[in-house]
Design a protein around this ligand. Structure first.
Ligand code: K75
Length: 371
């Protein structure tokens, strides 16, 4: 099989698990954070820098790469790994969420989704089969099924119909998947905050025997306790011998709380997105480097960080670059934020090894300033 999960151990203090996911482009330890490279680049970072900071796997987006430069161009380049010079694992999302979050006037039918191009308004159509064809062309190690992404919040009736369609589409994805021996296809469990529907969705997808399962429909604006509760009744439904991927998550506290609830894989645009306006994740909480109080602060962004940015540059210098709109400033802040989250995942894995993730949560929340 293209994707296999090796369970190492479960934390004695929490439900968190330490594991390794094996893919055709190498293996990565879990719980893992996946930097997002939507348009075939993790914004401003080189592959060498991503490796240096310990990124084991990165994410690409079917929707964006289909529209530009086109999956045909990337296929001709020899696939996304060659095109972007990244020889480690790549996971691609299927486009379902981007249609829901980027495009208007979408019309959902059994066949697929009709919508407008989010930049030039031209008419577009995505279906389970089309999403499989694009990801097969991209050659990602992990592909996502094409799911129907309901708005948040949604009524029970709407969500029920949506879950049933997502299950029918998952079956169509499996049938259309050209090279299961080279690329692993993950099903996406839906159902919002309704336990019955999460159970139904999980049951339908498990019967199709995917090599891994994503939990969709979260990190779409719901309160954190709603997300945590949904995780508590969803992750136990999923097979223990396969990876569990929580899509679109997240902030440091959500990564810890997701790992505690048995999640193995995460992705989020947060680190690079907030880096672009000079907001940094540090061991003492968030820091907005443009703030005047850093004008003559010649210390590192984070005194407890040993990343390239924190070892070589000061808050004052980075504040100056960001205010002067110098690209190097965004590179330094992006590098630090990605490093911060990747190091947090290493600390979570270490805490699981030592059966103390609950204690680590207390220490981290106290220092970072979470309630
Ligand atoms: C409804 C639904 C759903 C999921 N379906 C697919 N294909 N991708 C996702 C990406 C996400 N990103 C975030 N938050 C940033 N939540 C996500 C959820 C999904």
């Amino acid at each position: 099989a293209a994707i296999t999960y090796e369970h190492i151990k479960t934390c004695k203090q929490t439900g968190a698990r330490l594991g390794i996911v094996h893919t055709p482009h190498g293996s990565f330890e879990t719980p893992a954070f996946m930097p997002v490279g939507t348009q075939a680049t993790v914004k401003t970072m080189s592959p060498e820098e991503l490796k240096e900071m310990g990124a084991g796997i990165i994410l690409g987006n079917t929707y964006h790469l289909w529209l530009r430069p086109g999956n045909d161009v990337i296929k001709e380049a020899g696939g996304l790994h060659k095109f972007m010079n990244w020889d480690r694992p790549i996971l691609t999302d299927s486009g379902g969420f981007q249609v829901f979050s980027l495009s208007e006037f979408r019309k959902i039918e059994e066949e697929g989704v009709h919508f407008r191009h989010h930049l030039n308004g031209s008419k577009l159509f995505l279906s389970p089969e089309k999403a499989m064809e694009i990801q097969n062309d991209l050659g990602s190690d992990i592909m996502m099924a094409f799911d129907e992404c309901p708005p948040y919040p949604a009524t029970y009736e709407y969500m029920k119909a949506s879950v049933e369609r997502t299950s029918r589409w998952a079956e169509r994805c499996l049938k259309a998947h050209a090279r299961p021996e080279d690329q692993g296809l993950f099903g996406i469990v839906q159902g919002g905050e309704f336990e019955e529907l999460r159970k139904q969705s999980a049951k339908d997808l498990i019967s199709l025997d995917f090599p891994g399962y994503a939990i969709g429909g979260l990190s779409v604006g719901e309160p954190k306790d709603v997300m945590n509760r949904a995780l508590e009744f969803t992750t136990p439904l999923l097979p223990a011998n396969k990876p569990r991927y929580l899509m679109g998550v997240g902030s440091p506290d959500s990564l810890i709380d997701g790992a505690i609830r048995g999640v193995d894989m995460f992705d989020c645009v947060l680190p690079t997105r907030i880096a672009r306006n000079g907001t940094l994740m540090t061991s003492e909480g968030r820091l907005v480097v443009k703030n005047a109080k850093y004008e003559r602060d010649f210390g590192p962004l984070d005194p407890n960080c040993d990343c390239y940015t924190c070892k070589n540059y000061s808050r004052a210098y980075i504040r100056h670059l960001i205010r002067a709109n110098e690209t190097f400033g965004i590179r330094l802040t992006s590098y630090h934020n990605l490093y911060f989250l990747l190091r947090l995942m290493e600390q979570i894995r270490e805490a699981i090894r030592n059966d103390r993730l609950g204690d680590f949560r207390e220490e981290f929340f106290e220092q970072y300033g979470f309630n």
